[in-house]
Write a protein that binds this ligand. Structure first.
Ligand code: HH2
Length: 283
C-alpha cells in the first residue's frame, strides 16, 4: 500500500472580527435597536466580551432609500458612544462615515480607523482629511451612490473592475499623503452589485482582491444575497448561517478581517476554521 503524505502543520493568520454597531434608526440589519445611547454602550460591551477585535460605529445608514443625516446629527449619535467606550476599553474603534467632519470628530473622541464606503470620494476634502488625521482608512468599492446604487449595476468582469477601482483609490490616498500601511481595501459586497450575478463572483474571486497586497475587510454579514439564496424571505436577523459561510469563504481567501453583526458565532466559526486550516493540507 502506498503511504499517504502526512499533513504538515501550517501557520494561518487569525482573521480579525469587526463588530458592527449602528446607532441609527434605519439600518437594514439592526435599525432602531441601538438608537438609544445606553443600549449602544451595552451592545459595545457585549461585542467586546464576545471577542470583537475592533468596533465599527456608524451613525448613518447606507442602505438604498435611507434617510440622509446632517453631519452635526451624525456626530451627536456617534461621538458620545465613542467617548463612553474609550473611557472603559482600549479596543480599536472604527468610524463608519462618508463625511470628513464626522471622521474628524470621531478621531478626536478616540476612533483610530476611518471606514468610508465612498473610498474618500464623498467630499472634496476627504483625501486631505484622511492624510491629516493620520488614521487607518478603509477604502470600499461602490458602483454609483447609496441612494440609487441598486438600480441597475453593470460590470463586464466584476472582480477585475472592483480591483482596478480599489487600486486607483489606494493610489489617490497615497498621493494625498495617507501612508500605505494604513490602507485597507473592501470589495463592498451589496454596494452597487446585483444580488447574485455580482456578489457571488466577487466572493468567489476574493483572492484576486487579497493579491493586491493590502489588508482586505469583507462585509457580507446579513446582506440580502443570503436571503436570495435561501427562501427569499429571510429577514436580516435570520441570515446567520449564510453570514458565517461568507466569512469562512473570506478567511480561506486570505482576508484580514470580516465586518459582522453576530460576533460570538463568527469568532467561534473562525477559530474552528483556523484550527483545521493549521492542521495542514486544507483545500
Ligand atoms: N456594509 C455596510 C455598512 N458599512 N463598511 C464597509 N467597509 N464594508 C461593508 O460591507 C459595509 C460597510 C452595510 O451594513 P450595515 O452597517 O449593517 O447597514 P446600514 O448601512 O444600513 O447601517
Amino acid at each position: 500500500m502506498t503511504a499517504l503524505p502526512a499533513s504538515q502543520p501550517v501557520q494561518v493568520a487569525p482573521v480579525k472580527v469587526w463588530g458592527v454597531i449602528n446607532v441609527t434608526p434605519d439600518s437594514f440589519s439592526d435599525g432602531g435597536r441601538l438608537a438609544d445611547p445606553e443600549a449602544a454602550l451595552v451592545q459595545a460591551r457585549r461585542l467586546i466580551a464576545d471577542g470583537a477585535d475592533i468596533l465599527d460605529i456608524g451613525g448613518e445608514s447606507t442602505r438604498p432609500r435611507a434617510q440622509a443625516v446632517a453631519a452635526a446629527q451624525e456626530i451627536d449619535r456617534v461621538v458620545p458612544l465613542i467617548r463612553a467606550i474609550r473611557a472603559e476599553s482600549a479596543i480599536p474603534i472604527s468610524i463608519d462615515t462618508m463625511k470628513p467632519e464626522v471622521a474628524r470628530a470621531a478621531v478626536a473622541a478616540g476612533a483610530t480607523i476611518w471606514n468610508d464606503v465612498t473610498a474618500l470620494r464623498h467630499a472634496p476634502d476627504s483625501l486631505a482629511t484622511a492624510a491629516k488625521l493620520g488614521c487607518e482608512v478603509v477604502l470600499m468599492h461602490m458602483q454609483g451612490e447609496p441612494g440609487t446604487m441598486q438600480a441597475e449595476p453593470r460590470y463586464g468582469d466584476v472582480v477585475a473592475e472592483v480591483a482596478e477601482f480599489l487600486v486607483a483609490r489606494a493610489q489617490a490616498a497615497m498621493a494625498a499623503g495617507v501612508a500605505r500601511e494604513r490602507i485597507w481595501l473592501d470589495p463592498g459586497i451589496g454596494f452597487g452589485k446585483h444580488m447574485l450575478d455580482h456578489n457571488l463572483p466577487l466572493l468567489a474571486g476574493l483572492e484576486r482582491i487579497v493579491a493586491l497586497g493590502f489588508p482586505v475587510l469583507l462585509g457580507a454579514s446579513r446582506k440580502s444575497f443570503i436571503s436570495a439564496l435561501d427562501d427569499g424571505g429571510r429577514s436580516a436577523d435570520q441570515r446567520l448561517g449564510g453570514s458565517i459561510a461568507a466569512a469562512l469563504v473570506g478567511a480561506a481567501a486570505g482576508v484580514a478581517a470580516v465586518r459582522v453583526h453576530d460576533v460570538r458565532e463568527t469568532v467561534q466559526a473562525l477559530r474552528v476554521w483556523r484550527a483545521i486550516a493549521q492542521a495542514g493540507n486544507l483545500g
